[in-house]
Write a protein that binds this ligand. Structure first.
Ligand SMILES: Nc1ncnc2c1ncn2[C@@H]1O[C@H](COP(=O)(O)OP(=O)(O)O)[C@@H](O)[C@H]1O
Ligand SMILES: [Mg+2]
Length: 389
């Protein structure tokens, strides 16, 4: 069928035509937004899971939900060598520019002045002004250089400004496991202070399955945050991830064709999108048949091997690839570090740096101490398909 009209969307963070099976997390976020409106706050919402399950897409849906209500929203992705200070500061520029106006209320002007001082704390060259004269306005002071103090002041003043505007503030942080531990502690502290004093702010974090443990280690009260494990799509709705996008383009799937793609995908969103896309492209009519699905799945595997999996595999050095190979026999379940070392005839301790590098590259994570697992579902099988060097 016409590839131009292909409704499937494999790719990191790409909005699916049908966002299926995430009602619980979406509802929790919507409820938190409503509660903020009546002056109640909620604990941060944490989305955690493997790569390709749809965390970023969900976090972006949180953003859209808040933005629809004219909230002040900052969505950032941790990592890439930027500090939390820079990331938060830069993400606030556009939303603040949107609401900055000379007729703004006292609190908004104050928050803007505070945001300007926050900006000055990491960037002395680029100065924002928003065309406002803030000389007589209180605020500022978010430039002590102590992240805890500065971020708390910034979030506090912004939340008050949001309240004055009749909205709220949402801070959304993707790949949160990549934040520096000190930054995570700061965020937990600020979120905790906000929840205690009913500031009009909501936090949403997304990250790998190790995120809950990392948060708990950062601050014990992180245990009170609201956690959602994002996984494969539930069996009872998974077919909708294929049928709804097709229906929007006046196409249908035979039951058997859907079953084949669902089975091949293991119900993982990324794989559903990839196989869906390929099947669409090979299908001839408006009704997709099983034989076409079979071909689509084959081509989908090919695409995944050359893209999704390959991109990650190529990021590992030969020594790291050897480590990943030694993990592969355990499949997606995870391996004991000791056992991996045994298979490589090495001492576990000597492999510590390799393991640490693989974690910092986001290729593996530690579900618990002494255990490592792939961050990508199906990685073990992919490695099995590679020819030994
Ligand atoms: N609930 C869902 N239903 C259908 N497809 C989804 C869903 N969530 C995500 N996807 C698709 O899965 C892929 C991965 O989504 P992404 O949010 O990047 O995952 P993650 O951030 O967990 O790695 C994208 O192609 C996206 O379109
Ligand atoms: Mg993501």
């Amino acid at each position: 069928m016409d590839p131009v009209r292909n409704p499937y969307s494999p790719g990191a963070g790409r909005k699916p035509a049908a966002l299926v099976g995430r009602d619980k997390a979406l509802k929790a976020w919507a409820t938190s937004i409503e509660r903020t409106r009546i002056g109640r706050t909620d604990q941060p919402v944490i989305l955690y899971g493997l790569r390709g399950v749809g965390k970023t897409v969900l976090l972006s849906e949180f953003r859209r939900n808040a933005a629809k209500r004219d909230w002040i929203v900052a969505q950032i992705e941790a990592g890439a060598g930027k500090t939390l200070r820079e990331l938060v500061g830069e993400a606030l520029y556009a939303p603040l520019a949107d609401i900055a106006r000379a007729s703004a209320g006292k609190r908004l002007l104050k928050a803007i002045k505070t945001a300007l001082s926050f900006k000055a704390s990491y960037d002395t060259n680029g100065i924002w002004s928003f065309g406002l004269d803030l000389d007589g306005t209180p605020g500022g002071g978010a430039d002590t250089g102590i992240l805890d103090t500065d971020l708390k002041k910034l979030i506090h003043d912004l939340a008050e400004a949001a309240e004055e505007e009749g909205v709220g503030l949402a801070i959304l942080i993707d790949e949160a496991q990549d934040l520096d531990p000190a930054e995570l502690i700061t965020l937990c502290t600020v979120a905790h202070a906000a929840a205690q004093d009913n500031w009009a702010v909501l936090f949403g974090f997304a990250g790998l399955p190790s995120l809950p443990r990392i948060l708990a280690e950062a601050k014990s009260y992180a245990e009170r945050f609201e956690y959602f494990k994002i996984e494969q799509i539930e069996e009872d709705v998974v077919s909708e991830a294929l049928s709804i996008p097709a229906a929007q383009e006046d196409a249908t799937w035979d039951d058997e064709a859907i079953e084949l793609v669902v089975a091949a995908s293991g119900r993982y969103p990324y794989f559903l999108q990839q196989f869906g896309q390929e099947t669409w492209n090979v299908a001839s009519g408006p009704n997709i048949r099983a034989a076409e699905a079979q071909l689509g799945i084959l081509q989908g595997y090919n695409q995944l091997d050359n893209g999704f999996f390959r991109a990650r595999w190529d990021r590992a050095t030969p020594a790291e690839q050897a480590y990943l190979r030694a993990m592969a026999p355990d499949g997606d379940a995870g391996s004991s570090s000791g056992e991996v070392a045994g298979r490589m005839n090495k001492k576990p301790k000597s492999l510590g740096p390799t393991r640490a590098n693989l974690i910092s590259k986001g290729l593996v994570y530690a579900p618990e101490h002494g255990v490592v697992a792939f961050t990508v579902p199906g990685m073990a099988d992919f490695i099995g398909r590679q020819i030994d060097p």
